[in-house]
Write a protein that binds this ligand. Structure first.
Ligand code: ADP
Ligand code: MG
Length: 634
């Protein structure tokens, strides 16, 4: 027996305490995932040792056959997971098994609802790996030693998961880590050979490191117990133990792809789709990319986890290598294994290597193709779009070269369905275009309803021309980077001259010109009455039901974008709107007949109403109300 020295008891970080509390008291479903997490950590530790040993063979301490061992003792109610990987120093034990270093932990914990099913999923996605041992154990002990240190540098960590843990120095012959779970009464079922083996196969088949378990001897089995404390007579490897992505596609089942996804993405649920490719030639790599079915909690966080797991010639190099995919595809998870980089590549070196850029552009194409394929399954694609659509909308601004491809993957609300669900593609729109229509029309507003009932749509509805209804915050910015789709340019219906091209006949155009002429005097009077409130006044044929609307010059920033930027504290140069009047409207007819103050007030009310209909704010709302009331009581 070794004696423990320098023993100290420390408190868990607050976040860990909260998490442990949750796991101990509310997670009863899906308890088996603890094994996946511990094996995953053990495999990571082996990967890390293999990588570190590239430079320093001595770290293996004469034992380069990396492996994970799982043992159990039904009588004592324990399960042991052991690896001969990198191990941990005392400081590392305290940091890794006492805190959660990941950013966003506090926000994550806020999301937890107390609803078991939902929280279990969130936890899986958060990947709190090690602490999941406490789902099934009321005490966990860890014995570890960092590879390359001396036998006296061993560390023991123990905890009942109740707020504190104890660390002590121990003597430990071998490097690597051994974790012993003392199972709770109601979790004893896990101390079972058959159960453990099937769990290993279920969750860890694809892990390259062999997972071994003692071979159960027939005779011993009949005796009904295993001999305690003695070395097993022989071991058997329970998992497949080949890295999944290195196997030929045809030999991998969907279940295996899905299980592997859960391992790389720390996710409980199945991915929507995946794409597995081997490339040889100028570039030499294998990639396995997945589209998750749910958004990770840190999707919109600046330093959220993103990117692929990077291997070089099968050696694990790093997690979250974000250099291989653009930001707008940050939801993609997976693995990249390449021969094009050297084994000593670091994050800094990745930024300089021209090969990285080439692989990135190849993976980007793969990912976009994968999404295009997914789009054939309408229901699955809608799930994707509702989850990640807003991220994909960042694409056209970030990735000039793939703009058209990305545009094809976007989904919109339109006047065709009048539904807030964004489920119509640009290809759908183009197919429905009217005879003579050359442009793709859209409107941007603060919300779906504001877009749907904007006065700018009146003429389009009358003529049966479809308009895209954009109501996401990023939409106006998106549209400023999209210029064309299939050779058709985009037109904001709230900006510039209204030009319906060949949809309008010669006669219609002529009639419009005549009306404009007939109303010249009115336009001039309104212009004078409103002074520098507007930059121009016109008669319009945009409107059928509303008396007036405001329009911006074609190259001005739109109303919605202005409001977003102003809300963010930016001061923007003022732009005066163009006021357009509907010559057919009774209020405009009344305006024509009005005189003196009455004329000025009515003109002003029409302008203010148009601004309100646009979703804008009035500088002096009380004055508007007063004028309106005066008109109503006149
Ligand atoms: P994650 O694996 O996502 O980092 P975990 O909670 O599973 O989170 O593990 C926390 C950390 O503890 C790991 O990052 C690793 O540094 C350390 N760790 C856990 N298990 C082992 C092990 N078997 N060998 C070495 N280090 C380990
Ligand atoms: Mg882990």
């Amino acid at each position: 027996m070794t004696t423990a020295t320098h023993e100290e008891t420390l408190g868990f970080q607050t976040e860990v305490k909260q998490l442990l509390h949750l796991m101990i008291h509310s997670l009863y479903s899906n308890r088996e995932i603890f094994l996946r997490e511990l094996i995953s950590n053990a495999a990571d530790a082996c990967d890390k040792l293999r990588y570190a040993a590239l430079d320093n063979d001595a770290l293996y301490e004469g034992d380069s056959e990396l492996r994970i061992e799982i043992e159990h003792d039904a009588e004592a109610g324990t399960v042991t997971v052991r690896d001969n990987g990198i191990g941990m120093s005392r400081d590392e034990v305290i940091a890794n098994l006492g805190t959660i270093a990941r950013s966003g932990t506090a926000e994550f914990l806020k999301q937890l609802s107390g609803e078991q099913q939902k929280d279990a999923r969130l936890i899986g996605q958060f990947g709190v790996g090690f602490y999941s041992g406490f789902i099934v154990a009321d005490e966990v002990s860890v014995r570890t030693r960092k590879a390359g240190s001396s036998a006296g540098d061993g560390v023991e960590w123990r905890s009942k998961g109740e707020g504190e843990f104890t660390v002590a120095d121990i003597e430990r012959e071998v490097h690597g880590t051994e974790i012993v779970l003392h199972l709770k009464e109601d979790a004893r079922e896990f101390a079972d050979d058959f159960r453990l083996k099937s769990l290993v196969r279920k969750y860890s088949d694809h892990i390259e490191v062999p997972v071994r378990m003692p071979r159960v001897e027939k005779a011993r089995e009949e005796e009904g117990k295993e001999i305690e404390g003695s070395e097993p007579l022989s071991w058997e490897t329970v998992n497949e133990a080949t890295a999944l992505w290195t196997r030929p596609k045809g030999e991998i089942s969907d279940e295996e792809y899905q299980a592997f996804y859960k391992h790389v993405a720390h996710d409980f649920s199945d991915p929507l789709t995946w794409s597995h490719n081997k490339v040889e030639g100028k570039l030499d790599y294998t990639s396995l990319l997945y589209v998750p079915g749910r958004a990770p909690f840190d999707l919109y966080e600046r330093d959220g986890a993103r990117g692929v797991k990077l291997y070089v010639q099968r050696v694990f190099i790093m997690d979250d290598a974000e250099q291989f995919l653009p930001l707008y595809l940050r939801f993609i998870k997976g693995v990249l294994d390449t021969r094009d980089l050297s084994l000593n590549v670091s994050r800094e070196l990745l930024q300089q290597d021209p090969k990285v850029e080439k692989i990135k552009s190849a993976l980007t194409k793969r990912a976009l193709d994968m999404l295009k394929k997914l789009a054939k399954d309408k229901e699955a694609y809608q799930t994707f779009w509702n989850t990640f659509g807003a991220v994909l909308k960042e694409g056209p601004a970030e990735d000039f070269a793939n703009r058209e491809k990305i545009a094809g993957l976007l989904r919109f609300s339109t006047t065709h369905t009048d539904s807030a669900t964004q489920d119509q593609s640009l290809a759908d729109y183009v197919e429905r275009m009217k005879e003579g229509q050359q442009k793709i029309y859209y409107i941007v507003a603060d919300g779906f309803n504001a877009a749907k009932s904007s006065p700018h749509l009146e003429i389009f509805r009358k003529k049966g021309i479809e308009v895209l209804l954009l109501h996401d915050r990023v939409d106006e910015w998106l549209m400023s980077h999209l210029h064309e789709f299939e050779g058709k340019s985009f037109v904001d219906v709230a900006k510039g001259e209204l030009d319906l091209g060949d949809i309008e006949g010669e006669e219609e155009k002529k009639a419009q010109e005549e009306t404009a002429k007939a109303k010249e005097a009115l336009v001039k009077r309104v212009r004078e009455a409103l002074g520098d409130e507007v930059q121009e006044v016109k008669v319009t044929h945009r409107l059928t039901d509303s008396p007036a609307c405001v329009v911006l010059p074609e190259h001005e920033m739109g109303f919605q974008m202005r409001r977003i930027m102003e809300a963010a504290g930016q001061t923007l140069p003022e732009v005066k709107p163009i006021l357009e009047l509907n010559p057919e409207h009774p209020l405009v007819a009344r305006l024509e007949e009005a005189e003196g103050d009455g004329f000025g007030d009515l003109a002003r009310v029409l302008l203010d109403q148009a601004v309100i209909a646009e979703g804008g704010h009035l500088d002096d709302p009380a004055a508007y109300v007063k004028r309106l009331n005066a008109l109503l009581t006149a």
